[in-house]
Ligand binder design. Sequence first.
Ligand SMILES: NC(=O)NCCC(=O)O
Ligand SMILES: [Zn+2]
Ligand SMILES: [Zn+2]
Length: 482
Amino acid sequence: MSIAIKGGTIVTADLTYRADILVEDGRIAAIGPDLAGDEVVDASGAYVMPGGIDPHTHLEMPFMGTHSSDDFDTGTAAGLAGGTTMVVDFCLPAPEQGLIDALQEWHQKAGKARSDYSFHMAITWWGERVFAEMPKVVSEGINTFKHFMAYKGALMVNDDEMFASFSRCAEIGAMPLVHAENGDVVAFLQQKLLGEGNNGPEAHGYSRPPEVEGEATNRAIMIADQAGVPLYVVHVSCEEAHEAIRRARAKGMRVFGEPLIQHLTLDESEYQNPDWDYAARRVMSPPFRNRKHQDSLWAGLQSGSLQVVATDHCAFTSEQKRFGVGDFTKIPNGTGGLEDRLAVLWTKGVNTGRLTMNEFVAATSTNIAKILNIYPRKGAILPGADADLVVWDPAATKTVSAATQKSAIDYNVFEGFELKGLPAVTLSRGKIAYAKGEVRAGTGEGRFVERPANAPVGKALSTWKELTAPRKVERSGIPAGV
Ligand SMILES: NC(=O)NCCC(=O)O
Ligand SMILES: [Zn+2]
Ligand SMILES: [Zn+2]
């Protein structure tokens, strides 16, 4: 069965033009005028863009004594309703657990996905087994390895482990990711604040100042450079971290930065709310920052020093957040955003003139497809690409409300936001997955997307590192005794 998307304006990362799209067998079969299909999607007055790719989600994540409440079913339903057609989640091996064993567990969980998905593999401990299994992970279609520099005593890895893992990534054509916060300093500040009686959600922000993020980002960049591998910094929230990335890129280093839609649009005043639940629902790491940091992140997207807008969707209910009453360090860290990422970025970015429509597509889809080495299968509107598309109605409006969301939790951090520009129809591999407010893709219809190793930037960097590696100077006529 074929579908013709007719009358719309195609918006990609580099072009805006009027054309129809014919979709057949899950792929884009043709782009041009007057195309016909078995079914027609009317896109007049709308933009047709590559479906969003969210490279940072935690669905059914085991964390802080509980599991995040959106699983691959509700999480990907929320994504499709918001125009996101692929998520990349994090596979988290338990202490001493093998990577391949953990991967099997994550494949099991993701069997419920309604949209396509992939995984990053987290390095949560270090040893012979992890070293040996990393290439197997790559042969299973995963080319990224995540390192937490925070969450001391849980997910955190130390510098020597990071250097060993980054070096292994360089050997096997993979790319490391980092959650960059100095976990030792955060752990110290948490205890200090608690000791001083500062136990509410606002103390979460005080315990993770921008400096700890900036320091860790600089450190990760240095370690990646010494290991000879590109680096992707997740949830960049502040000028200090952005500055480190900007400086590294200006020196020719291959470093990518990912701000979140939450950090771009919500600020630290949220933690001062007198309602404990309200503030706790917004506890995530890094925490929300002030206006100066938000302006820095927007400028990074505009200038190209930051490339991707993600969500870090890790949704806990109010009841789960209450684990931390009396001790902010026990509030499960994480917020939602999958359903609203595109519409909030459009409203606050495109409608305000901060971003062009093409920059919007780059930041929500195309750039990450290139970084993760799945372009142009994903992130493109080209013949042969997967027909993951969103028909975007720039005139549609809504007020964000937890009461109408697809996510399983009982609140929304964007509650009350007035959005203009919404998905009308989302297609996932050529099928209508969302239309008229209803998710049509069924549980389990999503597919795992394999991501090959040796992405172009990684290959270029290893060529350069090899060319410029230290070489012994061969000398003749060396005087005796020297
Ligand atoms: N970000 C957050 O607070 N929770 C999810 C885990 C992580 O990404 O650090
Ligand atoms: Zn993180
Ligand atoms: Zn995360």
